[in-house]
Design a protein around this ligand. Structure first.
Ligand code: SME
Length: 153
């Protein structure tokens, strides 16, 4: 992903976030756009923090259905990212012990927390069927998108 593709994708994300529709419709459209735009994004979804609880609830997503609709902080890659409030990039999921498998096809994962006022509100989770596909360009793109999404959560 070069700088121009990142900028175009961010522009498209801005259009989606500014469009009419409910929060979840816009989040779903973002998942769809990201999955269609980036070849190595096979599952794209949002997990949202249950207010007052240290638990994530599956929000809009695009990709294969997952059994992991609720994840406690600390559990799996998603729960660790929420607990530590930091991005997790796992280039090969077979190396992880604290990992929740969603499908046998998944080989790698990136989870970016969505923060506001020092608090984690949710996260953007992306699974790939490729080993080690994620670069600094993915982090830059997804950090920007998460900052853009925070105000609507
Ligand atoms: N793999 C994640 C669980 C979510 S599914 O990938 C959609 C984890 O380890 O937290």
């Amino acid at each position: 992903m070069d700088q121009t593709s990142i900028e175009k994708t961010v522009e498209r994300a801005r259009e989606i976030l500014d469009s009419k529709g409910t929060r979840d419709e816009r989040l779903y459209a973002l998942c769809e756009m990201l999955r269609d735009t980036v070849a190595h994004y096979d599952w794209v979804g949002f997990y949202l923090v249950e207010p007052g609880k240290r638990e994530l609830v599956l929000g809009p997503y695009r990709g294969a259905p997952t059994e992991h609709v609720r994840i406690r902080f600390g559990q799996g890659i998603c729960g660790q990212a929420a607990d530590l409030e930091k991005t997790f990039v796992v280039q090969d999921v077979t190396t992880q012990r604290n990992y929740l498998s969603c499908s046998a096809s998944v080989r790698s994962e990136i989870v970016v927390p969505i923060m506001s006022g020092g608090e984690v509100l949710g996260e953007l989770d992306i699974d790939s069927h490729t080993v080690a596909p994620f670069t600094d360009a993915d982090r830059a793109l997804l950090d920007t998108i998460c900052e853009m999404v925070a105000p609507i959560l």
